[in-house]
Design a binder for this molecule. Structure first.
Ligand code: M6R
Length: 364
């Protein structure tokens, strides 16, 4: 049941802290505070590249994973949505690792793309919530997201669990490749272990998120902006808004705005910005200043360290808990998913069963 929540989506949103914690318990040894992965039939140290494929939200989790694997593990990554990957026939570097991400383990395009990578000789590592699924049976290694059943068509907790697994995988690959020493690993593991309690604090912002939703609910179009690993969070926020509130939303890499979409900006197109403090903060802020100068209404998700400077330019600013920069996409995700949920409530849509959508897309 819904345990007293109005919708499964609301219940599942509130399960973020629990699910992140359960997933970490599977992947981190509490005694050594080290990431421990199951036995792998390939050597993590000698992978030349990784090829990631998935659909929808799972694809956005993969995009965050790409930023992590490239930056922290220094592993070259190719990524595409499975519906493209399955027909691209890309030249594959022998020995590369195929990584798929799926909540259901049954998505037709992801399964087909997986079979393509497998037939080309790549070992397959799957990040799956359904551990008894078609993808699980055909993978060489399964890393389980311990999210429990997800009923709402809009994915919430499965997405943050996917990010949690990809973060641990990044640490393991980085260590194997000699890119992360003991201190480095301890720092990243601490950041992950800190997440369940920080994630729970996001819900204390529900009033502020509802206030933001009242602006979004009035709009016909919404622009989501972010840079670096906050860019796929913007994509996730935009998809979730479209999916359940039927408001048109588009995510853009903040730096791309002046190459086109800035022409859309006026008072009627709110801008939801995901801007954690960190190396890309100033760059994103200057993109937002440009948008504001053209009459844009800024609604910003930042953290305690970024709040002062953002509130100087944004109409509404939400200061999410300050976490290590590595894990900011996980915290920011909860904020944008809650915004979509609150907006859908205001629109009165069928949150758990949005029109035209199925939980699991088992046809092409
Ligand atoms: O079961 P999967 O993770 O393979 O599903 C992939 C997408 O269909 C899914 O994430 C979809 O985009 C969600 N409805 C997003 O909320």
């Amino acid at each position: 049941g819904k345990d007293g929540y109005r919708h499964y989506m609301e219940k599942e949103l509130h399960e973020h802290p629990l699910v992140i914690g359960q997933t970490l318990q599977r992947m981190i040894d509490p005694a050594t505070r080290k990431v421990v992965l199951p036995e792998m039939p390939f050597d993590l140290a000698s992978l030349p590249r990784a090829v990631i494929t998935a659909c929808g939200s799972a694809f956005f989790a993969g995009v965050v994973g790409r930023y992590w694997l490239e930056e922290i593990a220094r592993l070259p990554v190719d990524i595409d949505v499975a519906s493209e990957m399955r027909y691209r026939n890309p030249p594959l570097t022998p020995g590369s690792l195929g990584i798929l991400i799926s909540q259901s383990g049954e998505t037709a395009d992801t399964l087909a793309a997986m079979r393509g990578l497998k037939n080309a000789g790549l070992p397959i590592l799957s990040v799956l919530n359904a551990e008894h699924s078609s993808m699980a049976r055909e993978s060489d290694v399964v890393l389980g997201t311990v999210a429990g059943p997800e009923i709402s068509v809009a994915s919430t907790k499965a997405f943050t669990a996917q990010l949690t697994v990809l973060a641990c995988l990044t640490i393991a690959i980085a260590r194997a490749r000699g890119e992360l020493d003991e201190t480095g690993e301890e720092e990243l593991v601490s950041a992950l272990l800190d997440l369940p309690s920080r994630a729970a604090e996001v819900f204390t912002h529900d009033d502020a998120i509802r206030k933001m939703a009242s602006v979004v609910a009035e709009a016909r179009d919404v622009l989501y902006l972010g840079r670096g690993s906050a860019y796929p969070v913007a994509m996730e926020g935009a998809l979730k808004l479209k999916e359940i509130s039927y408001i048109h939303a588009e995510a853009y890499a903040a730096g791309e705005m002046k190459h086109g979409p800035i022409s859309l900006i006026d008072r009627t197109v709110p801008i939801v910005a995901t801007v954690p403090s960190g190396v890309l903060f100033d760059k994103t802020l200057s993109n937002l200043q440009e948008a504001k100068a053209r009459g844009g209404r800024l609604l910003a998700f930042t953290d305690e360290a970024g709040a002062d400077r953002l509130s100087a330019i944004a109409e509404q600013t939400i200061a999410l808990p300050k976490v290590h920069p590595f894990v900011t996409p996980i915290i920011q995700t909860i904020g944008v998913q809650m915004l979509a949920y609150e907006t859908a409530l205001l629109k009165g849509t069928d949150v758990d069963q949005p029109r035209n959508l199925a939980k699991s897309v088992t046809v092409e």
